[in-house]
Design a protein around this ligand. Sequence first.
Ligand code: SF4
Length: 311
Amino acid sequence: MFLTDFMDVLQLIYNNKLQFNIKIGEKFMEIIIGKTAGFCFGVSNAVKKTEEELKNKKNVFCLGELVHNKQVTSELQNKGLTVIDNIEKAKQNVIIRAHGEPKETYKKAEKLELDVLDLTCPKVLRIHKIAQEYANNGFYILLIGQKDHPETIGTISYCGENSAVIEKEEDIEDALNNFYVANIDKLLLIAQTTFSLEKFNNIISLITEKVNIEQIELEIKRTICDATRLRQEETKEIAKNVDVMIIIGGKHSSNTNKLYEISKKYCKASILIETKEELNVQFVKKFQKIGIMAGASTPQKSIESVVEMLN
Ligand code: SF4
């Protein structure tokens, strides 16, 4: 199908028909938009509930940016949300975002008598529960995730003192040495929900090669969330089949950066943009087949505005 009218393109996006042709200058180009592009369940729920909170209450504070997307953050700030980096700066109502928080944050909120709206994604809460249970049952826990990511910082607080974070292959040796020094014979491996599936599988196989599974009890929980897994798989499939790949999302968003990494591996002409203004149309025009994917914190309107720009 060929399209020249932007309204037709938007209609297709809404109808979930995500493969179409548009005319750019004198040339027809094929565009494929990932079905999983844009807000995941956890982010969509967090944004919706925050908007409701802002309608009903004053003095609403959010501990960190609600989502790693400047446009969404500034819209919420315009509606009255104050972003803080420390719970002690909150005055009355505080929002805990989808990434979740360390245990200590809840204790501080209670002490400060704050009204907490906890928007931690249920999938992150499930990992906290698993970590807590296994820590109570005497397991050493290795959390595979990005060390400075808020979700990892939150989750590790539920893993107890016998735990470590592995971000890359080079961290494995130290982590396993600490496990042996702790003299524990039960080991649990879990992952940050938005970690790269490929890297997770690689780290898991390296660890299973190194430990003696005859002598220890090893449990692996594949806690990368389905939304992340499907998005990464779809990114790979689209990137393999297009000439240029546009990844839309916050440059400081962990899941968007992972999509970009995957995309570059399978399509050399991959670009990461936060807004349509960053799109180099002259560069994109050189190609015939364009793939578009967006991170979990990228709103639908950012995807639409890029398609509008191309059109
Ligand atoms: S990526 Fe998955 S775990 Fe994270 S907020 Fe979205 S649905 Fe929840």
